[in-house]
Design a protein around this ligand. Structure first.
Ligand code: ZN
Length: 339
């Protein structure tokens, strides 16, 4: 047997297993068999910069003949005292079970979506822009990473008018999307552009009203309000889920017999609110209806075995909803390497 073949045999699976585990043990076996492995002084120490963020977040899936892209605009930390219908003391053990700090806060994603039907590019929500500090606002940059410009977007569908969904509509005092029609539920537009509602709202909420008014003024007659479960685009239907805000909607994307339910803000904390659908947030304007809409949406998703996606489900947010006890569980879709 030649020296060459001895070395090759040394690296066989059997010998690696015999001499120990892993590549290091295999290399040790090679050296012992007369091979040369030089370690030590020649190893460079690269002192690579310590990374503190992820590679930009885009993820795509296909629904029939339509490509849906999830965009990771960023995240928010929700303090436990923002929850209603529960107490931090009650939430602690639930978070502990989820391997999260029992004292909170609860991190939640901010996702937006693109639906490319082949002849139309539809945006669903637009991220927070600069409304939530440095932890969000990556939407515009990620659009560019996706090889697109805001001018490529034909239509924007807004689930509702909270700043983490419409912040990106306004960039530096101008409309981000120069060519888009903008669809939003009539009740949503009416609520946030009402002077009387603004005057009656707590002072801290008033900038939310101002942002919607600014968006309305910038997009002008390109804004088309809709109502009911309207067909808002070819293959896309609004699904009324009012309560979180007066005109909050999800959107059902359908193509070639497949469906994806992009449910907006039905859930803000996957770690607690699926198990306890009655745990709401101070931001749910009509608490009773918010809970009813959530329960209806979750029941539909579980019963119809729908694939879902959401603005505040962990990025990229595609998955299914199963029933568990008196609540539900989220089953993320397997990572797709190819569409
Ligand atoms: Zn939201």
């Amino acid at each position: 047997m030649s020296q060459q073949s001895t070395k090759l045999e040394t690296l066989s699976r059997r010998s690696v297993l015999r001499t120990g585990t892993g590549l290091a043990a295999g290399l040790g076996g090679l050296a012992a068999a007369g091979g040369t492995v030089t370690l030590g002084p020649r190893l460079a120490h690269s002192a690579a910069p310590m990374a503190d963020s992820q590679v930009p977040g885009l993820y795509r899936t296909k629904v029939g003949g339509v490509v849906v892209t999830a965009i990771a605009d960023g995240f928010l930390n929700i303090p436990l005292d923002y929850f209603t219908g529960t107490t931090p003391e009650e939430m602690g053990p639930v978070l502990h079970d989820r391997f999260m700090p029992p004292e909170g806060p609860i991190p939640t994603a901010i996702n937006a979506f693109l639906v490319n039907t082949g002849d139309r590019l539809i945006a669903i929500d637009s991220g927070a822009a600069d409304r939530f500090g440095p932890s969000a606002g990556r939407y515009a940059a990620l659009l560019e990473t996706a090889g697109l410009t805001p001018g490529d977007v034909d239509m924007v569908l807004l689930t509702h008018a909270h700043p983490d969904h419409i912040g990106g509509m306004v960039a530096g005092g101008a409309a981000l999307f120069p060519n888009s029609e903008v669809l939003i539920h009539q009740a949503e537009l009416d609520f946030w552009t009402s002077d009387a509602r603004r005057a009656a709202a707590p002072e801290g909420m008033q900038p939310m009203f101002d942002l919607v008014v600014a968006m309305r003024d910038l997009y002008g007659d390109r804004i088309s309000p809709f109502s009911g479960n309207a067909a808002v685009a070819p293959g896309v239907t609004a699904v009324a889920a009012h309560g979180h805000t007066p005109g909050h909607c999800g959107f059902m994307v359908e193509s070639e017999g497949e469906q994806l339910f992009i449910w907006g803000d039905l859930i803000h904390s996957v770690d607690t609110q699926l198990q306890h659908p009655d745990w709401l947030l101070v931001f749910d304007i009509d608490q009773e209806n918010a809970e009813a809409s959530r329960r209806r949406g979750l029941d539909m998703a579980a019963t119809d075995r729908l694939q879902v996606a959401g603005a505040h489900l962990p990025f990229p947010s595609f998955g299914h909803i199963g029933r568990e006890g008196s609540g539900y569980r989220f089953v993320p879709s397997p990572w797709e390497y190819e569409l």
